[in-house]
Design a protein around this ligand. Structure first.
Ligand code: ZN
Ligand code: ZN
Length: 519
């Protein structure tokens, strides 16, 4: 563990207070060697010290940024034991851990938003953690002793920043600069636009009008990362554009705009701890398109709902959503290492739904979950029951899914993702399920060793190149004549962690005529 004095006082930082919504920094491109872009309008270019820069770029031109030389960051591992919403509780747990000989720390995340004299929303949390583990295995060894304390999860953090030199030059090489560290471009007049081109894996151009600024940085593996800084309404519009379909009713789009804005405000500074941005543009947060191509209707909906957020219990509601719950949502404390929230509970995706007699009410045991996954409950997000909604037939595949691996294929994935050599994979044993049947703990039985995984994310990531659609699954093992497994078939329900709003359920409700506030 770390080398600090065991009885060092545990400190809690002050929260930043904003008198309106804070700016939003989004990681829009990551892990590339170079980025080509067009500038139109008037920009200044500088590094963080202000020593290196180009005075003023006016007009239209094509540019490129590239990494000239770099050294990757160095990492260590930490164990997040629990995240509290009350500082006193964090201090209490830290004290208890100190008593057992650990050296816990507390870190504060989030911010305080003040609107007027008496409206103060405190969206903060206090994480109790241990850090300083050189390898993930070392962290997992200690994690095993901590399972009595909440649901400890392992995270990775930077022990040393990446370093490097970034060069930016125009296509004719008339102008160029080299900086050791991030390069920042700031528009100097309205209607200045930066368009990112030829983005890996995306055929389109990402167009950004009205940004506060855009930064090119060296990321952890020594490649380029592009972070765009914008206003919250612009970001919400960008998120909505990705989700937008012409035939969506207004009530659903309004619901989406308000819940997205609430989610953004509540999660500011909490999802990418220790990064140069607050949100990424992958499905970890939400996909983001450029901001220059927002449909008229999206702009109108964002404008009409401007500044609206959902509040409850003195804070802005963290209103996460997921693509499809699979029939039953999950409660927050089961999926994350955080305290419960009264509005993030587990329930069937239909108010007043009573499952037919053959479907169990409690889904947290093996017998029940098998029946549940093989059933087609008549809940909102089950589009296979709704023949009238032609456009959404593609959504059927997410409600129930199936993925098959040959044994050796799955062994390779497991050893890559867990960094443990398990040898021959004999079985995967479910140990603990949440209310929706999502797996919170599993044990992998191997010929060389058994590995226990804790947490929805760890379970989803261990059994897929990226991650499984959800942790609500059962496994059928196929064996040869000697009883050795040859294949593993995963049968699952839902896509996403099941926390908060089920998007397909909400779309289905909007189509049946429910107004935004009811959804
Ligand atoms: Zn993210
Ligand atoms: Zn649902």
């Amino acid at each position: 563990m770390n080398g600090h004095n065991r009885h060092e006082k545990i400190e809690i930082q002050e929260l930043p207070t904003f008198y309106r919504f804070p700016f939003i920094k989004v990681n829009v491109i990551d892990d590339v060697e170079q980025i080509d872009f067009l500038l139109s309008g008037h920009f200044t270019v500088e590094d963080m010290t202000g020593e290196c820069g180009l005075d003023s770029l006016i007009g239209e031109a094509r540019w490129r940024v590239a990494v000239e030389a770099s050294a990757p960051a160095k990492f260590q591992y930490g164990i997040s034991i629990h995240e509290f919403f009350q500082p006193q509780q964090a201090e209490k747990l830290a004290g208890k851990l100190q008593g057992k000989g650990y050296e816990p720390k507390i870190q504060t995340f989030g911010y305080q938003w003040q609107l007027g004299e008496d409206r103060r929303f405190k969206n903060s949390s206090y994480r109790v953690f241990l850090d300083g583990f050189p390898t993930i295995r070392e962290a997992r060894r200690i994690q095993r002793h901590l399972v009595d304390f909440y649901q400890p999860t392992i995270y990775k953090y930077r022990a040393r920043e990446a370093r490097g030199v970034i060069e930016m030059f125009d296509v004719n090489y008339n102008q160029s600069i080299k900086c050791s560290g991030p390069i920042k471009l700031t528009p100097r007049e309205r209607n200045s636009v930066i368009s990112l081109l030829n983005i890996l894996g995306r055929s389109d151009v990402m167009e950004f009008p009205d940004l506060y600024n855009i930064q090119f940085r060296i990321n952890d593996i020594g490649k380029l990362q592009c972070v765009a800084e914008m206003d919250i309404e612009a970001y919400v519009g960008g998120l909505l554009t990705v989700q937008y379909q012409e035939n969506y009713p207004d009530s659903y789009l309004e619901t989406l705009a308000i819940t997205m804005r609430s989610w953004v405000a509540a999660n500011w500074g909490r999802l990418h701890k220790g990064e140069a941005y607050q949100f990424c543009s992958t499905d970890h947060c939400y996909y983001l398109s450029g901001l220059g191509t927002q449909p008229r209707r999206v702009l109108d909906i964002v404008k009409e709902t401007k500044g609206f957020v959902l509040t409850c219990e003195g804070e802005i509601c963290n209103t996460p959503s997921h693509l499809v719950c699979g029939g039953h949502t999950e409660k927050l404390e089961n999926i994350s290492d955080s305290d419960p929230k009264s509005y993030l509970k587990a329930f069937f995706d239909r108010a007043g739904y009573e499952p037919p007699p053959e479907v169990p009410v409690r889904l947290d045991n093996e017998e029940a979950i098998e029946i549940w996954i093989n059933s087609k409950p008549d809940v909102h997000c089950n589009f296979s029951r709704k023949k009238d909604v032609e456009n959404f037939q593609k959504f059927r595949q997410y409600f129930r899914w199936e993925i098959e691996y040959a044994r050796h294929e799955l062994e390779e994935i497991i050893s890559k993702k867990t960094e443990e050599e398990i040898g021959t994979l004999y079985d995967i044993i479910p140990l603990k399920r949440g209310k929706s049947g999502r797996l919170l703990e599993v044990e992998i039985l191997g010929s060389r060793q058994n590995v226990k995984l804790v947490g929805d994310q760890a379970v989803r990531e261990a059994f897929a190149e990226e991650r499984l659609p959800s942790s609500c699954f059962i496994i059928r093992t196929e064996m040869d004549e000697h009883g050795i497994p040859t294949a593993f078939v995963f049968f699952g329900a839902g896509n996403g962690d099941g926390i908060g709003m089920c998007q397909l359920g909400a779309i289905s409700k909007a189509f049946s005529g429910q107004p935004a506030m009811e959804i």
